[in-house]
Design a protein around this ligand. Structure first.
Ligand SMILES: [Zn+2]
Length: 524
């Protein structure tokens, strides 16, 4: 047999070591589920026959995934995923100082302006664009922060839901492209008026009681749940129903088709889905509603992944699935089950200290501001002018805060540096969170199970440096990914460096995460 024939024969029977390395994928799909806890994958494992099940069973599932920062909210959570940096370095430390930007109004509708101006650093898309100038990104979410932060500063295709339509802000564009206008013209959210949310599976498939005292502020507690009959009110209420996720995926798929993503170089398609967050807050992680929401998300994702992989080719796609944070159950439920938990309010305490400072200063100001565990003192110079040492205020305040039921720890940022970050996850998560210029004077963390209270009906909530709120699933699936269950710890800041390694590109700025090459096939 001559050489050419031998080579042809060998090609028919490749031996393991000479398998052709996978080419660079053409599409990176990043799915962020707002408020997804990893235990949902085990609790409802046999019922996850759709996209969640597919990704979990066929992908590299990191079961010890963490948003390893302190203030576990949507904006900080989304900021870590494709930047590879902690909030301490990317500057997004809370929702209320996230993407709001009055200089970047929305297009075609009233609503809060938004842009990535507070975000510091670069993201995976910037790194990709530097290597391949033809690369493009589409990022879609129900929430502005969920769409904007994964892409960073790049003026790409970034859209979110506002009052019945998908739009963007003038940071990105002055007009909406034809495909977005066409989608909005279908007025699907308005046509959802009177739509009911019923159980996907027979009642017997749900072990959770449908009616619990703490759910939904005591009203509209049981199935079926119905959208308002008025079309505008239906469009405004839609984000509280599972249909918001199928709508977001439908919109994302329209964009994917219109932009022809993944057909030549490598593009990024980021989708953030917030139905789980809305249902989880109102009904809780232990509710029948949340169970059904996750099943419906599973089915919607199956549809979406199939449409994308059918178009681009399964070998050309990598999907990453993670979450921006977890959730803690209702404090009332924890108490009903025999545990100790509180809805913690510090408002009256902070108000009384502000009033004391008003008396000393002879003028009224918001001297201290408190937001989800951060005590902010922005204008230190003014205290000095009044002859007040800030430490003396904090020394008076700290024992008062520690006496509030549910409060576990009060730590000054300066003391965090001395903490043992291996054995003290709360201190480590605050270190990962606080920027030096945030103006945070004290951090306050709650006992596990307790949540910060809200003015309305109590909610299941997140925002703590607890395992319930920081533990998230991280799954890689598709081309070049080594399937399996990975029980070693991984943080969400590792996702972007891992994708960069997969793509053979390098970060353009310092990252806090590291590439998890153990989940990647060799690529030479
Ligand atoms: Zn969120």
């Amino acid at each position: 047999m001559h050489n050419a024939g031998l080579l042809a024969l060998l090609a028919l029977f490749p031996i393991a070591d000479s398998v052709v390395p996978p080419a660079r994928p053409r599409l990176i799909v990043v799915i962020t589920v707002d408020q997804l806890r990893p235990d949902y994958f085990t609790r409802w494992k046999s019922q996850l026959t759709g996209g969640l099940g597919q990704l979990a069973n066929e992908g590299a599932f990191f079961t010890q995934g963490y948003q390893d920062h302190a203030l576990t909210e949507t904006a900080p959570g989304h900021s870590t995923i494709l930047s590879g940096t902690w909030p301490a370095h990317n500057g997004i430390i809370r929702n209320s100082e996230g993407v709001q930007d009055t200089l970047a109004p929305l297009i075609g509708i009233a609503g809060p302006g938004a842009s990535p101006r507070r975000f510091r650093g670069t993201t995976l898309f910037d790194w990709l664009k530097a290597a391949d100038p033809t690369a493009r990104a589409l990022s879609v979410s129900r929430k502005d922060r969920g769409a904007i932060l994964p892409i960073g500063h790049a003026k790409e295709q970034v859209y979110w839901y506002q009052s019945g339509m998908f739009t963007t802000s003038r940071y990105y564009s002055d007009t909406l492209p034809a495909w977005v206008q066409a989608f909005n013209a279908r007025r699907l959210p308005f046509k959802a008026a009177n739509m009911t949310w019923t159980l996907l599976l027979p009642d017997s498939a749900y072990q959770e009681p449908d009616s619990e005292l703490w759910e939904s502020g005591g009203s509209n507690v049981t199935f079926p749940h119905r959208l308002p009959a008025d079309s505008l009110r239906a469009a405004l209420a839609l984000p509280g129903f599972p249909a918001i996720d199928s709508l977001t995926l439908l919109f994302a798929l329209d964009g994917f088709e219109a932009l022809k993503l993944g057909r030549k170089g490598t593009d990024i398609l980021a989708v953030s889905l917030s139905g789980t967050d809305a249902v989880g807050h109102v009904f809780g992680p232990d509710s029948r509603e949340l169970h059904d929401q996750v099943l419906r998300l599973d089915r919607s994702l199956a549809w979406f992944i199939k449409r994308v992989t059918d178009r681009v080719g399964r070998d050309n796609v990598v999907v990453v699935l993670t979450a921006d944070h977890g959730v803690t159950s209702f404090a009332a439920r924890t108490r009903a089950k025999g545990g100790t938990a509180y809805d913690v309010f510090l408002d009256s305490l902070i108000t009384s200290v502000n009033a004391e400072l008003d008396r000393v200063a002879g003028t009224s100001r918001q001297w201290l501001e408190f937001d989800l565990g951060m005590l902010l003192m922005r204008d230190n110079g003014r205290f000095a002018a009044m002859g007040i040492r800030i430490d003396s205020i904090l020394d008076v305040l700290t024992p008062r805060i520690l006496r509030v039921p549910g409060v576990a720890r009060v730590i000054k940022p300066a003391d965090l540096a001395r903490a043992d970050t291996a054995s003290d996850p709360v201190a480590r998560r605050w270190l990962h969170h606080l920027t030096p210029d945030a103006g945070v004077a004290l951090t306050v963390s709650l006992q596990p199970g307790s949540v910060w209270g809200y003015s309305g009906a109590p909610l299941a909530s997140h925002g703590q440096p607890s395992d319930d709120d920081t533990h998230v699933p991280i799954i890689f699936w598709g081309s070049g990914i080594r399937k399996g269950t990975y029980a070693t710890r991984m943080n969400t800041v590792d996702i972007a460096p891992t994708l960069a390694a997969l793509l053979g590109i390098s970060p353009l700025s310092l990252v806090d995460g590291r590439a998890r090459t153990d989940a990647l096939m060799p690529r030479n």
